[in-house]
Design a protein around this ligand. Structure first.
Ligand code: CO
Ligand code: CO
Ligand code: CO
Length: 347
C-alpha cells in the first residue's frame, strides 16, 4: 500500500503558493466596498471578518493541504488544528466547519480516508466546533482541510496591522515542523524528533487564544499564526501592516528537537522561496545561518505570534503554564518602520 505522504508532491503548509506569486495573482481584484466587511484578504490577515447587524461579527477562513504524515488519523487532526488556528489568530472562537477533500481515483483505501475524517472531527469536537458538511473532488494528490466559521467581538479583532511599539512578541509553539517532516521523508530524523513534531502540529492553539482573549481590550495589539511563510514571513506581514520594526532574538526562539541540526540539509522547498522573498525585508546581524533558515521554515499548524503589552506577559505565561501550554517571549516591537529598510531584525 502507498504511504500517505507518497500521494503529495510538497508536504503540508510547505505546499502553500509562494508569497510573491500570490501578491501578483490577487493584485487586480476589485476591492470589497460593503462597510460590513471589517477585514478582507488585502491585509494578509489570517481570516476575513464580517459584521452582523446584532453587534457580533463572523470570522471565516479556509485551509487545506497535502499529507505531511503517514498516519491518517494524525493527518486529520493536524488539518483541523491548522484550520482552526486562523480563527484563534483573529481573536475569534470557532463554531462550525465544512470539510474540503481531494482524493485520487486510485486510492487510498476507504478505511484510510475514514481515519482522516475521524481525526479531523475528533479534533473539531475537542475545540467545541460542529462539522456541518463538506465537499470532495478527485485530484492526483490527497488534500484535506476545513473552512471554519467563528464568532468575534468586532471591538476585539486581532489583526496584523496594529502591533504597537514597546510590545513583547510571544510565540506559542516551537519552530521546525517543515524541516522535521522533510528530514523524516528522507529517513534522516529520529522517531523522537518526528513524534515531537507531530505532537506540536496536532496541538490546538485554543488555550493560548482563550487566555489572551481574557486580557483587557488592547493588551494584545496584533496576532497571527505562523504557517507557510515561516516566522520570518509572518513577522514581516505584521511589521509591514503595522508600520513597525520587529526585533527577534534568535537565542530565545523555541525550536523542535533536531530542527537546527537538520535545517541546512532539509529546509523544504517552501522555505527556500520564503528565504528569497523575505530576505529583503529582514536583517540578521551576527546570527548563525541555521537560525536565519529556521525562521524561514514553513510551519504546518504552527503557533500563535502575539504582540502583547509587556506588563501582561508574566501573568499570561503563568496562566498558560497552569494549563499545560507555553508562550515564549522571542522579541519586541522596537519602533516605526524605517523607509526602505528591513522591517524585521534578527539579533
Ligand atoms: Co494564518
Ligand atoms: Co491560513
Ligand atoms: Co491576526
Amino acid at each position: 500500500m502507498r504511504r500517505l505522504t507518497e500521494y503529495a508532491d510538497c508536504a503540508g503548509c510547505a505546499s502553500k503558493l509562494d508569497a510573491s506569486l500570490l501578491t501578483e495573482l490577487t493584485k487586480d481584484l476589485p476591492p470589497e466596498t460593503d462597510p460590513r466587511v471589517l477585514v478582507d484578504y488585502r491585509t494578509s490577515d489570517d481570516a476575513g471578518v464580517y459584521r452582523w447587524s446584532n453587534g457580533s461579527a463572523l470570522v471565516q477562513t479556509v485551509d487545506f493541504f497535502t499529507p505531511m504524515v503517514d498516519d491518517p488519523y494524525d493527518y486529520g487532526q493536524i488539518a483541523a488544528a491548522n484550520a482552526l488556528s486562523d480563527v484563534y489568530a483573529m481573536g475569534g472562537e470557532p463554531r462550525t466547519a465544512l470539510a474540503i477533500t481531494s482524493l485520487p481515483k486510485d486510492g487510498p483505501p476507504a478505511e484510510v480516508v475514514r481515519a482522516i475524517f475521524r481525526g479531523g472531527i475528533d479534533q473539531l469536537h475537542r475545540a467545541g466546533v460542529s462539522l456541518l458538511g463538506g465537499h470532495t473532488v478527485t485530484d492526483p494528490e490527497i488534500k484535506f482541510g476545513y473552512s471554519v466559521t467563528g464568532e468575534v467581538d468586532p471591538a476585539r479583532i486581532w489583526t496584523n496591522a496594529a502591533a504597537r511599539e514597546g510590545d513583547t512578541l510571544l510565540l506559542t509553539k516551537p519552530l521546525g515542523t517543515g524541516i522535521i517532516v522533510r528530514a523524516t521523508r528522507f529517513g534522516h530524523s529520529t522517531p523522537a524528533h518526528f513524534e515531537a513534531a507531530v505532537r506540536s502540529m496536532k496541538q490546538l492553539n485554543d488555550v493560548a487564544a482563550a487566555a489572551a482573549r481574557k486580557l483587557e481590550p488592547g493588551d494584545v495589539s496584533a496576532c497571527t499564526d505562523v504557517t507557510g511563510f515561516g516566522l520570518a514571513g509572518h513577522s514581516c506581514e505584521v511589521a509591514k501592516a503595522s508600520g513597525v520594526t520587529l526585533e527577534i532574538t534568535a537565542a530565545s526562539l523555541p525550536a523542535l528537537p533536531g530542527a537546527l541540526a537538520l535545517v541546512q540539509e532539509f529546509l523544504p522547498c517552501g522555505g527556500r522561496s520564503n528565504l528569497r522573498f523575505f530576505t529583503g525585508f529582514m536583517a540578521a546581524s551576527s546570527v548563525s545561518p541555521e537560525w536565519v533558515m529556521l525562521c524561514q521554515d514553513p510551519q504546518t499548524s504552527g503557533g500563535l505570534l502575539f504582540a502583547m503589552r509587556p506588563e501582561r506577559v508574566a501573568g499570561f505565561q503563568q496562566e498558560l503554564a497552569a494549563a499545560g501550554a507555553t508562550a515564549t517571549a522571542i522579541g519586541r516591537v522596537t519602533g516605526p518602520a524605517s523607509a526602505g529598510g528591513p522591517v524585521v531584525r534578527l539579533v
